[in-house]
Design a protein around this ligand. Structure first.
Ligand code: AMP
Ligand code: MG
Length: 272
């Protein structure tokens, strides 16, 4: 499938209801075949690396990739699957956990703005400022009116970034409740995955419906022309990676970063 047709299927149209409940976390028709999806993802990863080199050489724009999703939705796996061909020089990954005392002494976008990639870089957010309208809303960590005001504040923040050379791709990794149960079970059963298990994940799972509602609201309120949301069917890890890879690749290709023309003539130099 052409990446724009794929994109059209998963995009949350700005101004429209996201309708998260009606979106299928499997969507088998998007990449029906596992082997073909893995091949496409590997090709995209290679192409992303080449385009990142051009982005760095051009040094005038950045790409910010935001990954959001509940526990076990595959945010880490998506980073590994899509950016594994990129050298460590060109891609920065920032994971946003519970805010520190220092973070909390500032406004909630303070730590986020500092992590925005500089010109020439791809920056990946593993969780993001959206936690401030998700976990903070569901667990009532801030007053309701303060949270309500954040959707528009976030839209304004992202507009500011977009108008200053930062292209923004936002992916919500959408898994089913049953898939989450299986993935949490694996974390309990496999000693190599015990470290990923956190009893707090079960408290969040008990709030499944509240989280889905908060995600739906966030998608509807913050899918904008300058930074639209995509809902990625993520029950299959290989399909999730193929979809994100194809869209990151397509977006970079459309940005078409250029190597700068030297202001000297290569033929005028001779190396002894
Ligand atoms: P993990 O991604 O498994 O390492 O967990 C990070 C934890 O930090 C998750 O439980 C998030 O909900 C939590 N977290 C991230 N950002 C915030 C925030 N702004 N306020 C409160 N908790 C947060
Ligand atoms: Mg966790």
């Amino acid at each position: 499938m052409d990446w724009r047709a794929l994109d059209d299927r998963i995009l949350v149209k700005p101004g429209a209801e996201a309708g998260l409940m009606t979106r299928d976390p499997v969507s088998a028709d998007l990449f029906p075949d596992k082997k073909a999806a893995e091949k496409r993802c590997a090709e995209c990863a290679e192409a992303i690396n080449v385009l990142q080199d051009r982005l760095w050489a051009e040094r005038s724009r950045a790409l910010l990739v935001v990954l959001q999703g509940i526990d076990t939705s595959g945010k880490d796996g998506a980073v590994r699957g899509v950016f594994n061909a990129c050298g460590p020089l060109g891609v920065s990954v920032t994971s946003f956990g519970r805010p520190s005392e220092e973070d909390l002494a500032h406004d909630y976008l303070w730590r986020v703005h500092q992590a925005v990639p500089k010109r020439g870089m791809i920056g990946v957010f593993n969780r993001s400022h959206y936690e401030d309208v998700l976990v903070v809303k569901v667990r009532k960590l801030a007053p309701a009116e303060a949270i309500e005001a954040r959707y528009e504040q976030i839209n304004a923040f992202e507009k500011h970034l977009a108008e200053n050379g930062v292209a923004i791709l936002k992916f919500m990794l959408h898994i089913s409740k049953d898939e989450q149960r299986q993935r949490l079970q694996e974390r309990l059963e496999d000693p190599a995955k015990h470290w990923k298990f956190n009893p707090g994940d079960l408290e969040d799972r008990a709030l499944w419906d509240e989280y889905q509602a908060a995600y739906d609201r966030m998608l509807t309120r913050c899918s904008t022309a300058h930074a639209p949301w995509r809902v990625v069917p993520a029950d299959k890890k290989w399909r999730r990676n193929a979809i994100i890879g194809a869209i990151v690749h397509g977006t970079l290709e459309a940005m078409d970063p250029q190597y700068p023309k030297p202001d000297w003539d290569p033929k005028s130099f001779a190396i002894e």
